[in-house]
Design a protein around this ligand. Structure first.
Ligand code: C2G
Length: 132
């Protein structure tokens, strides 16, 4: 079984997230998603609308996702890859080059981001719609 892993906050799940999850799954048979904890989001300077538990439950309902684990810090990726016997690490290309050190442990793939959609933009649009 070829195992793939990807990391992220995945707040307000949208088609950009779905696109990366669908494409990541194409690299193997089993996709693990490491979803950022609320505490790690704070470290990343992000405040998710949905809690970790909600984001985890939503991801677990996505057909491409086989397992969801917590992402607590920047340093856990090597351990995750070894512990879960991961063959491929996939991220959107906004991270291109940032995780090349993982090539020592598995294949590293950066995929093009979906243009024109982001959780930040969704929040902005909703605020404008509500505030006129
Ligand atoms: N993404 C995408 N297209 C978009 C928006 C997001 O392909 N329009 C991808 C990102 O490139 C990332 C994944 O969806 O691979 C999750 O994005 P975020 O939830 O914004 O995650 P991020 O804050 O980038 O956290 O250790 C890695 C970090 O946890 C990544």
């Amino acid at each position: 079984m070829k195992k793939v892993i990807t990391y992220g906050t995945f707040d307000l799940l949208h088609t950009g997230h779905i696109n990366i999850l669908r494409r990541a799954k194409e690299y193997g048979d089993y996709l693990i998603v490491a979803v950022s904890s609320d505490e790690f989001n704070a470290l990343k300077g992000k405040k998710a609308y949905y809690t970790f538990e909600q984001r985890k439950a939503i991801l677990e309902a996505v057909r491409y996702v086989d397992e969801v684990i917590p992402e607590h810090n920047w340093e856990q990726k090597v351990e995750d890859i070894q512990k879960h016997h991961v063959d491929v690490f996939v991220m959107g290309d906004d991270w291109k080059g940032k995780f090349d050190f993982l090539k020592e442990y598995c294949e590293v793939v950066y995929l093009p981001r979906t243009v024109g959609i982001s959780t930040t933009q969704i929040k902005k649009d909703l605020n404008q719609a509500n505030n006129g």
